[in-house]
Every structure is written in structure tokens, then in C-alpha cells.
Design a protein around this ligand. Sequence first.
Ligand code: TXA
Ligand code: MG
Length: 317
Amino acid sequence: MTSAFATVRTPSPEALAAAVRVLKAGGLVGVPTETVYGLAADAGSDDAVARLYAVKRRPRINPLIVHVADAEAARALVAPDPRFDALTARFWPGPLTLVMRRAENAPVSALALAGLDTIAVRAPAHPTAQALLAAFGALVAPSANPSGRASPTTATDVARDFGDAADLVLDGGRTALGVESTVVDLTVDPPALLRPGALARAEIEAVIGPLAAPAESDAPKSPGRLARHYAPRRARLRLEATTPARDEAFLGFGPGVYATLNLSPAGDLAQAAANLFRYLRALDDSGYARIAVAPIPETGLGEALNDRLRRAAAREP
Ligand code: TXA
Ligand code: MG
């Protein structure tokens, strides 16, 4: 049995030292990043990673992102690539995950990579994540939600979703960006956008040129791309709705609309991203069976917002 809530601590030096002890013992720590909260485990430990997959109920074919403090730490794990250098110089630490060829003898659990010869690496920008990575070393950290559910943007979300299956949760406040990192595959030419995210496509393309759509055969590699993912527990979503039906909550976007909750009254996509998972969870927890969602433009961060909404609305896995 798990208790209702995990232990939540503000990230004091003592709490960070406790987190390092938990990780060294093979435990799991909820960590704030600038995108969403992650559930972190020692990237080098098969036992810790096995526990992480079990607690998340994550399919073992779905590889994990290896989080590092900076590009130098990542270079020990991946094969050299000038595009990696250009992108990390510009965007790290930050919400960009790069899929790379694995360096031989990279000290990463084979389980975490789902047997692939590639590694996804990311350096998160949040000071608490940075402090933990500096003190401990490489961590795998999937979004701290049960597989398939909305991602967590507060420590309370994590504590509620996992109970004491998470050994400790560091509370870094509400996450600033609210949607996950953008995942780009640099092992293919041209590079492919595997998951739109908190760094807009155009910013990446300005550095390395046009990004391709992922090959269809890549689908199992990136189950953040499964048809149904990020879904509320109870509520059904109806997208591109201009007016709600009587029995629907209305998740609005932009000025002048009546809405149960408005992702951004100013029509600002960054603000909408920061609110998306939080508002979906809030409406779901309030007991609405149906949520109508206003149309969101496909530009900039809208690509990631619409991606998450489409998967959250899909009916079948
Ligand atoms: O913002 C984020 O990226 C958050 C925070 C906690 O850092 N993490 C996150 O992790 O979203 P997760 O596990 O929920 O999503 C990782 C995505 C999945 O879609 C996974 O399939 C993909 O990255 N991925 C990981 N390793 C991969 C690889 N070697 N090749 C292709 N896709 C990979
Ligand atoms: Mg996830």
C-alpha cells in the first residue's frame, strides 16, 4: 500500500543532501524542471530504473531522457556532432532534448534506453534540477505522472499521483513553461521533430535548418507520440469548440470569451502552455465529464499545445 502523499520538502541544502542519499540508495525523487516535474532515478542503475518503470506503469519499450548538468556532461555519453554543439550552445540549459548516437561504454542503464543505441539528453534550466545534477550526476527523469496521464506542474501533483512510491519530492513551485521539452532526433538526416514542446520549432530551425516529421516506423520509439496520452482521468475532451454545450466545462483561449477557465485571456501562447496541464487537471478534478476546448493557433508554442490536446482527446491508445 502507498500512503496518500509523498514527503514534500523545499529544496534546502539539507533536502538536496537527502535527495542525493535517496538516489544513491536506488530511490525515486520528484524534481522540478522548467517544463514539468520529473520523477528522477540514478541513470546508471538498472534496479532504480526498473523501479521507476514499475511505479509509472510505463511500457518498457519507451526510453527515458537522461538529464545532465550541461553539454560537457552530455558529451561523455553521446557521439560527437557539430549540430549538437550549435544547439546546446544556444539553448542549454533549457527545454530541448536531443536524441543522439550513444557513445560506447556510456554509463547508462540499458533498461533506461529500452535497448536502443541512441540516447536522449537534456540539461534542464531549473536551479533545483541543476543543483541535484551537480551533486549527483546523470539522472533519468520522465514526467512525474502515471504513464498516459497529464503531466505535473506542481509538487502537489507529484505527491498525489505517486504517494510514497516517490521517496521524496522537492518543491520548486509551479513550473514556468508547463509543457515538456521539445525532442529532436539528430541521428537522422534531416533531423526530425519527435515531440513538439516548450522550445518552438522555428527557434531550432533557425540554427540547424528545417526539421522533418518523424518516420512512421519511429512511433514505438517515442510513446509521448502515442495517439492517446496526457489524458484526464474522467473527462472527455472536445477540441476546436467555439461554444460549450450545457453539460461541458469550457477551456477558453483569448479575450472576450466566457470560459470556465481561460488558458490565456490575453491570447498569449506561453501563458497558455504554462496553464494547460494545470487547468486540465483542475477541470477533471472538479468532476466535469466533458470539457470543450477553444481553438488554439498552430503557430509557435501552439504546435506543442495542439499536440498535447489532440493526444489527450484521443479515444483509443
Ligand atoms: O520536459 C521534459 O522533457 C520532461 C522533464 C521532466 O525533463 N521529461 C519528459 O520525459 O517529458 P518523458 O519520459 O515523459 O518523455 C520523454 C520522451 C518520450 O516521448 C520518449 O519516448 C522520448 O522522449 N525518448 C526518450 N529517449 C528516446 C530515444 N532514445 N529515442 C527517441 N525518443 C526518445
Ligand atoms: Mg511524459
